[in-house]
Design a protein around this ligand. Sequence first.
Ligand code: ASP
Length: 310
Amino acid sequence: MLPVVVVHGGAGHIPKERSDLSTSGVCSAVRSAYAVLQGGGSSMDAVVEAAMLLENNPSFNAGCGSVLNLKGEVEMDALVMDGKTLSSGAVSAVRNIANPVQLARLVMDKTSHACLTAEGASQFARSMGVPEVPQESLITEYSRMRWKKNLAPDANPVECQMGKMGTVGAVAVDTDGNVACATSTGGMLNKMEGRVGDTPCIGSGGYADNMSGAVSTTGHGEAIMKVTLARHILFHMEQGQSAEAASDLGLAHMKSRVGGLGGVVTVDPQGNWAARFSSRQMAWAAAQKGTLHYGLYTGEHFTQIIEDAH
Ligand code: ASP
């Protein structure tokens, strides 16, 4: 069953003209992350690899392609967590960085803290030699168009985003049975400056514990935080539920309790995995035993032998 890696490209409604890009993006990210695991890399190496590739892909709301805040600027959040030690690293409201997930990993590896924010995170990035990139390089025409549209007085940015999300995340188990998660986002469309969502908060945007499993979440951050979705799902797994049943229970709870929609990827240390969502769509892909699995709509599950997957 091991190793295994599962990624998501955000819960929501993906417009038809963008669905192929989303699917090919998650499939190529999962293949690269799987190659890392097959080469003896750790689950942490694999989830960071997947999240970085998706951050670099302008089709997703993370890194390049992030949604814009009210002022038309990019502020990104990211989290990593290691299930062996329960160490985690996060950054929130960071600007001018191509790969927030890499910075989150540096926070975990190189500081005694769990989260750095805004200017302090930028100073830390500079001290680690992480290159600064111009904000313009992270903004796409699509994100600027959506920002402008949502400035209209009658706009509903939360509903629009439930329409079209694209946060990225990954969970993995390596051959040693260690689990890890990574999540990275530009946040919610037209959010207030300084808004921090669920993504960098452990227990909400993700959680990893070798005793139960790992989860990476996506969806309306304020709803996810109310129910600490990732930890909620792992609680159900601790009570004996499968990764799939626990994911469904967590998402159903978030929907009935606070009216929130979202999606998750989940693994247990034995390599059982799930990609589940309550939104209309979620691009997801998984790799296990030389097979690529992927889907976009509820109930969709395609498979391909990895050597044949181009
Ligand atoms: N959870 C993210 C946030 O609220 C958004 C998303 O998943 O698309 O920042």
